[in-house]
Design a protein around this ligand. Structure first.
Ligand code: PGA
Length: 246
């Protein structure tokens, strides 16, 4: 039985004052039987760590460099994230693939760098609306995952995977539980061919997950949790999803 994992992706939101309120709300709302984490903007990692001390909540980043250290102005390495106590780093989010032109290989290299320093990469895959309408969903997500499998080889079992249909992110459109499950099953089959650990691996769904659709999505056999954007910015909304995962 896989333990559910609910991860908040704050994206480029927050302020010291707003974060303090949100994190205090989460402290009060827990504990939950699911694993829970928040992935926050880099500058807020240290304060998040302090605010969550003594709770079950883990924390992480929304990206990491493929490099360990050196002359990479503006980058943050997984070595640094590990130093700050981060458990997770989201890599390959569709917003980074789209706006920062991150390739499948770069995403795979970031996942490898994270694992090398004890940070679990949450690797995002997902198709655009045009790709779905062209019947390309499977081809796209399998191509994105194949790059990670090829690069990580026997370590692939250590990642968390997230299926995030691009057309559902921040749009209020959610994949139906059946649509999401179908893709999750494809991804698990692909993982199964690569690692004996596939049954233990967690595949999260992301894309307009909220308290009122979380139960149905999380009830699917291959949906092992959620990656939550908009609904992770209010403690009550995020806590309701965490409860639904329990
Ligand atoms: P959303 O974002 O929940 O706001 O759709 C999810 C994500 O981008 O991770």
């Amino acid at each position: 039985m896989r333990k559910k994992l609910v991860v908040g992706n704050w994206k480029m939101n927050g302020s010291r004052a707003a974060n303090a309120v949100l994190l205090a709300g989460l402290r009060e709302a827990g504990p939950w039987s699911a694993d829970v984490a928040v992935c926050v903007p880099f500058p807020y990692i240290t304060e998040t760590a302090l605010a969550l001390t003594g709770t079950q909540l883990a924390y992480g980043s929304q990206d990491c460099s493929a490099h360990e250290q050196g002359a990479y102005t503006g980058e943050v390495s997984s070595l640094m994230l590990h130093d700050l106590g981060c458990r997770y780093a989201i890599v390959g989010h569709s917003e980074r693939r789209a706006y920062h032109h991150e390739s499948d290989q770069l995403v795979a290299d970031k996942a490898k760098a994270a694992l090398a320093h004890g940070v679990t990469p949450i690797v995002c895959v997902g198709e655009t609306l045009a790709e779905r309408e062209a019947g390309q969903t499977e081809v796209v997500v399998k191509r994105q995952l194949a790059a990670v499998i090829h690069t990580l080889t026997h370590c692939i079992g250590e990642i968390v995977l997230a299926y995030e249909p691009v057309w559902a992110i921040g749009t209020g459109l959610t994949a139906t539980p059946e649509q999401a499950q179908a893709v999750h099953a494809v991804l698990r089959t692909q993982l199964h061919a690569a690692t004996q650990k596939s049954d233990a691996m967690r595949i999260l769904y992301g894309g307009s997950m909220k308290a009122d659709n979380a139960v149905a999505l999380l009830g699917q056999p291959d949906i092992d949790g959620g990656l939550i954007g908009g609904a992770s910015l209010k403690a009550a909304d995020f806590a309701a999803i965490c409860r639904a995962a329990g």
